[in-house]
Write a new protein. Structure first.
Length: 229
C-alpha cells in the first residue's frame, strides 16, 4: 500500500515558493516536527539535497549523513537521465526511456558505467572510511532537492531497504505530481511541500535562488561526528 503524501495545499502548482534550498529545508523541518526526539537519521542525496537535509537535521537535532546516488545520464545531455546507480551498486534502468530514446545496449552500458564511476568517486570523497549508519529500528529521512522523474529516489530507496531500513520517509521541497505518487508507492511516507503538475516541470522553478552545489559545499555541510555508526 502506498505511503501517505503530505504537501502544503497553499503551495500546490505555484512557483517559485522557496527563497533557496535552506529555506526549503526549514519549511520541511516544520512539517517533520512530530519526529523530533526520535532516533531518526537524515540521509541526503548529494549534491543538491545536502543543503536541504542539513537544515532539517540542524533544526530537529538529527544526525546527518549522505546516500550517494547518481542519475544515468542520456549520452547527449548533462541533465536528463534514464535510471540511476546507488552507493551500494544498486542499478535501476527505465526500460521505457531506453526504448523511447532508441538507446543501444552499448550506450546503456557505457552510461551506466559512467554513473557508477561518479558514485564511487563521491562515496570516497564524502564518506571515506566511515561505516554506513545503522538503519534498522529507526526512521530514515531521505532528502533530495526535488522529484522530477524520480529515478534517483527510487534507486536510493531500494538500496536503503537492502541496508535494513524499514521506515523510510522521503522529504523533498518540490515534486511532479505523478512522480510523487510513484515514490509514495515505495516509501512509508512522502513530505513534498510544493507539488506541481503539467508539462515542463523543473525542480529549479520552485526556488527564487538556484545554483549548482559543489562538493566543497557538501563537505562543509556534513558533520561526520553526527553520523552515528
Amino acid at each position: 500500500m502506498p505511503g501517505p503524501i503530505y504537501d502544503i495545499t497553499s503551495l500546490r502548482d505555484r512557483s517559485p515558493v522557496f527563497r533557496d534550498r535552506r529555506h526549503a529545508g526549514a519549511v520541511l523541518a516544520e512539517r517533520l516536527e512530530a519526529l523530533r526526539g526520535s532516533a531518526a537519521i537524515v540521509l541526503a542525496i548529494p549534491a543538491g539535497g545536502v543543503p536541504v537535509a542539513a537544515e532539517i537535521a540542524h533544526r530537529l537535532g538529527f544526525p546527518l549523513d549522505v546516500a550517494v546516488v547518481s542519475k544515468i545520464l542520456l549520452p547527449w545531455t548533462t541533465e536528463a537521465g534514464f535510471g540511476a546507480v546507488a552507493f551500494d551498486g544498486t542499478v535501476w534502468v527505465d526500460q521505457e526511456a531506453v526504448q523511447r530514446h532508441a538507446l543501444k545496449r552499448d550506450e546503456v552500458e557505457r552510461c551506466t558505467a559512467q554513473a557508477r564511476a561518479k558514485v564511487e568517486r563521491r562515496v570516497g570523497a564524502l564518506r571515506g572510511e566511515r561505516p554506513f549508519p545503522t538503519l534498522a529500528g529507526r526512521t530514515t529521512i531521505l532528502v533530495d532537492d526535488g522529484i522530477a522523474a524520480g529515478s534517483t529516489l527510487r534507486t536510493a530507496i531500494s538500496a536503503l531497504r537492502a541496508r535494513g531500513a524499514s521506515d523510510i520517509v522521503v522529504a523533498v521541497p518540490t515534486g511532479h505530481s505523478e512522480s510523487v505518487q510513484r515514490i509514495a508507492a515505495l516509501a512509508d511516507a512522502v513530505y513534498c511541500a510544493n507539488i506541481r503538475g503539467g508539462y515542463g516541470f523543473a525542480v529549479a522553478d520552485a526556488f527564487e535562488a538556484w545554483e549548482d552545489v559543489d562538493e566543497a559545499t557538501v563537505r562543509a555541510s556534513l558533520n561526520p561526528d553526527k553520523a552515528l555508526p
